[in-house]
Design a binder for this molecule. Sequence first.
Ligand code: PLP
Length: 421
Amino acid sequence: MKKSKTHPRKPRNWKRPIGWRRPKIFKKPQEEKKPQKAQAPAPAVVAKSVPAPKPRRQILFCPGPVNTTLQVKAALAGPDLCHREPEFSELLQTIRAKLVHALGLDGRYSAVILNGSGTAALESAVLAGLEPGRKLLVINNGVYGSRIAQLARLRQMPLVEIRSPLTERPDLNRISAALKRDSHIGTVAMVHHETSTGMLNPVEEVGALTRKYRRKFLVDGISSLGAHPLDLAKQNIGLCVGSSGKCLHSVPGLSFVLVAQEEIARILKLKPSSLYLDLGLHFKTQEAGDPPFTPAVPLFLAFQTALDELNKEGLRMRVARYRQRAVLLRTSFKKLGLKFLLDERFLSNALTSLWVPKGLTYPQLHDRLKKAGYIIYAGQSELKGKIFRVAHMGQLFQGDLQGFIKDLKGILEAAQPPSSS
Ligand SMILES: Cc1ncc(COP(=O)(O)O)c(C=O)c1O
């Protein structure tokens, strides 16, 4: 018989001590004891579970959430980590560095990552972006420009709004005149890609004005980062907001603020007006590798994988890929006789807004496309029911775009009234 190393033979005169038990080499982990009393049955609504999505891949043409790669999905099922352990600190620092690198930035910017969708980081940036006693100038030509103004109003921040129609680019002369006239304006805020219409706003020109008039500049890059290059330092941007989903191809749920180094000392001195969204607190604690609140750990793992994918592809290639998709889709839309909401030159690389064609309502178009496996997006506010939006963010294959156009063509043809001849 083979001698066991862990359990040597007992001596001949060995007596079993009181309470002795034969050691178990492989002890099965004990399950937690079940509660003695049976629990009351859950009410029907609690007992019901939302069915898992059908295995068929739904192709998302909405501007987030987006289709993700298998690697990003697999990362979500990564190890359970405690955020107070060095493994998470290392993950956090790595993601911050990878993000700055992926977006083509250098040591002049630091990334602060927040739990929450884009609006969380946007609110945090707006709160940190204005010096006490100064006014915020918001450039507003859509739903997300309005959102910045709404955030400022809710916090009773002194606000100046320059609005322009949804289909027009902001008027640079009005912005310049306002900055010249009103020395109390401390910060200018605008959306880079106004996702409600697909408008790519003139960040470069406004950045030049903020430099000329020595004002701070805050940019919502939530739906443009990844699809458009943005040289933050050149455009005088002190704070730029982004999110993990959309054109950075991770799942939604994390957002971030890219902060210029020269802004950090000022932000750290601010009296916070929010606990959870205090950008200074997040910066300080993330630098120390010790986040103040419980982070959504799996989302960090997925975001890291998506950033690895972007770093591997390179920002230039990612932007070129988006441009290519835009050209393919827009050429096809024109062939199908669809009409753009905006002058095509104003459209971003990531989304096309189109008038709902005659013979169909938006819900009909949406539902028929959904049946075929594609999710499009509705118009918002005054454009609700009038337009539909087709974003092309995330992991999409050439075949997805071609299949979409083919099915869209079929739906449009079926909706045409029969010709009278
Ligand atoms: C430009 C822009 N800003 C802000 C938001 C709000 O982001 P979230 O819905 O992730 O909070 C969005 C969402 O689509 C957006 O496109």
